[in-house]
Design a protein around this ligand. Structure first.
Ligand SMILES: [Zn+2]
Length: 242
């Protein structure tokens, strides 16, 4: 099975970029850990360079990575420039990146652009974590922390960002993304019953019943009468004829 190493930038005494009380180190830790959880649902192992607001040197991060064989090393960051001037997402690979790094970088960049970040492209850099990782490595900058629009996007589309990043990584691993709702949403008995009634032509507006056939709500008398009438007629068709 695939193994990944996730690296959440900064932490501890080093908050990374900060803006109006917001820290890059917190943003990337919380979002990255959500992506890790989402990826693990697919049977993929995800190790992390930190799971709390701790100091971890760049050397310690790549040393941890070198202890195991990973398919990919992914470093999570947020960008900063001059307040409220730059915006968008960008993804980095090492200056002499492998084809695998580049392929993953393009997928991640596309996923971030899909949720609404401006496209700053895939770039190359001689960053420590990209250079010293043994596995193909990428570094993502999930919008600018000193840009209010990017922060709004980061907060309001959080679930989509997590899902987009997971999907991009899993696709690079050749694994199909499984929607969480498909497997974990509990069955609603009303929905099940409505499906049967719709299939048999007894009701034609399930949305109305879905919304109003609930405790504390009211059904219009004429609709209830019509439902009873149609159910009565339906039952009659199923009775043995005499
Ligand atoms: Zn950073």
């Amino acid at each position: 099975m695939a193994r990944l190493c996730f690296d959440y930038g900064h932490g501890g005494d080093d908050p990374g970029a900060v803006y109006l009380g917001r820290k890059e180190s917190d943003d990337v830790l919380s979002l990255g850990m959500e992506v890790a959880r989402d990826i693990r649902r697919h049977g993929v192992t995800v190790d992390e360079t930190r799971t709390s607001d701790a100091n971890v040197t760049l050397r310690a991060r790549t040393d941890l990575e070198s202890k195991q064989e990973y398919d990919y090393f992914i470093s999570f960051h947020r960008n900063a420039f001059m307040k409220e001037t730059a915006s968008g997402a960008e993804t980095y690979v090492f200056t002499e990146a492998s084809e695998k790094s580049k392929a993953l970088a393009f997928k991640l960049q596309a996923a971030l652009v899909d949720v609404g970040f401006a496209n700053r492209g895939v770039k190359t850099a001689n960053f420590h974590v990209l250079r010293e990782s043994e596995a193909p490595a990428v570094l993502i900058e999930i919008g600018f922390i000193d840009n209010s629009n990017d922060n709004n996007l980061f907060d309001s589309k959080r679930a989509e960002i997590v899902r987009g990043i997971s999907k991009a990584i899993l696709s690079q691993l050749g694994t199909i993304y499984i929607e969480e709702t498909e497997s974990e949403q509990p069955n609603d008995p009303l929905t099940d019953a409505l499906n049967i009634l719709v299939k048999n032509g007894i009701i034609s507006s399930p949305e109305y019943w879905q919304e109003n056939a609930r405790s504390g709500k009211t059904i219009k008398g004429e609709y209830a009468a019509l439902l009873i009438e149609r159910m009565g007629a339906f039952i009659l068709t199923k009775l043995p004829s005499t």
